[in-house]
Ligand binder design. Structure first.
Ligand code: SAM
Length: 313
C-alpha cells in the first residue's frame, strides 16, 4: 500500500496504523483538510488521499496545490455549489467502477458551510458507502477554546448578507437557549457584530476567533456591546477569517418568551384576566406579571376582553 511518510519510527508506526484499517473500494471518503496551518492534517487523511483513485474537490487548483505540499498528485473532479448534482453523477459512475474517491473542500471539513453534503446524499442514495475522516474545522476549533460559558451550541454559519434579512433571521434566534456559532467574512465583520448586539442586547458574552491556526491568530472574548468597538479600534482586527461564538439567551428571557407564547394562545379564547390566571396556574409564575405581559401582547380590545380595567388579584 502507498506510504506517504519516510519519517522517524514513531510516525512510521502511526502511518502503519492508518494503513491497517479497511478502506473499501467503491466508497466516497469525506476528508477534512487544514483551515490555515498546512500541518493540521491527520495521518489517516494523508494515507487516504494517497490511496484514492480520484479527488472530488471544491476547487481543483487549490486542492492540487495543497496536495503538492504533501507530495500527492491525483486526478480530480470539480464538485462545487453550482455543479454538485451533475458532478455527483460522474463521481457515482467512477465509484460503481470500483474506484475510491476522496471528497475535499477548500478548507476544513466538507459539508460545513462548504460543498459536499449533496454529494454525500447522492452517493448514499446510490447505495454506496460514505466514510468520514475527521479533522480541522473552524467551528470546532473556535469552540474548543471558547470556555465553559458554552455548553450546548447551534451552528448557524453565514448570516444573510442583506441587513433586513439578517435582522429578521437574528430575531428568530434571539431566545435560543444555546450558544450560537457564526461564520463571517472580514468585510462584514463589524456590521454583523453590530447586528448581533442590536438583536440580542449588549450583555451576552461573545468570542471573536480570527485567523485560527494561522500566523495572526487571535481570540478575543468580550460582550456583544463591546465587539464592534473592539474591532473598529484597529483595522488589523478586521482582517482575515472569523468565527463568532455568542452566548445563548439568558433563562429569564427564555421564560418570558415561553409565557408570551402560552398567553397568546390563551388570549385567542379568553379574557386577559382569565388567560393570566390559567397561565399562572400552569407555569407557577406571578399572576400580576403575566397579566401585565398579556396586556402588552395587545389583546386588550379583543371581544373576549371584558375586564381591561381590572387588575389581576
Ligand atoms: N468547511 C470549513 C470548516 O470546516 O470550517 C468552513 C468553510 S466556509 C466557506 C469558510 C468560513 O469558515 C470563513 O469565512 C470563516 O468564517 C470560517 N473559517 C475558515 N477558516 C477559518 C480560520 N482559519 N479562522 C477563522 N475562521 C475560519
Amino acid at each position: 500500500m502507498t506510504s506517504f511518510l519516510s519519517t522517524p519510527a514513531p510516525m512510521l508506526q502511526l502511518s502503519e496504523l492508518a494503513d491497517g484499517q479497511n478502506y473499501p473500494t467503491g466508497a466516497l471518503y469525506v476528508v477534512a483538510t487544514p483551515i490555515g496551518n498546512v500541518a493540521d492534517i491527520t495521518l489517516r487523511a494523508l494515507h487516504v488521499l494517497a490511496l484514492v483513485d480520484r479527488i472530488a474537490a471544491e476547487d481543483t487548483r487549490n486542492t492540487s496545490q495543497l496536495l503538492a505540499r504533501y507530495g500527492i498528485s491525483k486526478p480530480s473532479i470539480a464538485v462545487h455549489e453550482h455543479n454538485e448534482k451533475s458532478a455527483a453523477e460522474r463521481v457515482i459512475g467512477h465509484l460503481q467502477n470500483g474506484e475510491r474517491i476522496a471528497c475535499v473542500s477548500d478548507a476544513g471539513t466538507p459539508g460545513i458551510s462548504d460543498p459536499g453534503a449533496r454529494l454525500v446524499d447522492a452517493v448514499r442514495d446510490a447505495g454506496l458507502p460514505v466514510i468520514p475522516l475527521p479533522g480541522a474545522c473552524a467551528l470546532t476549533t473556535a469552540l474548543s477554546a471558547a470556555g465553559a460559558w458554552v455548553s450546548g451550541f447551534s451552528f448557524i454559519g453565514f448570516l444573510p448578507t442583506k441587513a433586513k434579512q439578517r435582522a429578521t433571521h437574528l430575531r428568530t434566534l434571539a431566545n435560543h437557549p444555546m450558544a450560537l456559532v457564526f461564520y463571517e467574512a472580514p468585510h462584514r465583520i463589524v456590521e454583523t457584530t453590530r447586528a448581533l448586539a442590536d438583536a440580542f442586547g449588549g450583555e451576552r458574552q461573545m468570542l471573536i476567533a480570527r485567523e485560527l491556526t494561522k500566523l495572526h491568530e487571535s481570540l478575543h472574548r468580550c460582550t456583544l456591546a463591546e465587539g464592534p468597538t473592539w474591532l473598529e479600534a484597529d483595522a488589523n482586527r478586521q482582517r482575515g477569517e472569523f468565527v463568532l461564538v455568542v452566548e445563548g439567551a439568558p433563562e429569564a428571557q427564555q421564560a418570558d418568551d415561553a409565557h408570551d407564547a402560552l398567553l397568546a394562545t390563551l388570549l385567542e379564547e379568553l379574557s386577559v384576566k382569565s388567560a393570566a390566571r390559567i397561565a399562572a396556574t400552569l407555569t407557577g409564575a406571578s399572576r400580576n406579571v403575566l397579566y401585565e405581559r398579556a396586556l402588552k401582547l395587545g389583546k386588550r380590545d379583543e371581544k373576549h376582553d371584558d375586564d381591561s380595567e381590572a387588575q389581576a388579584e
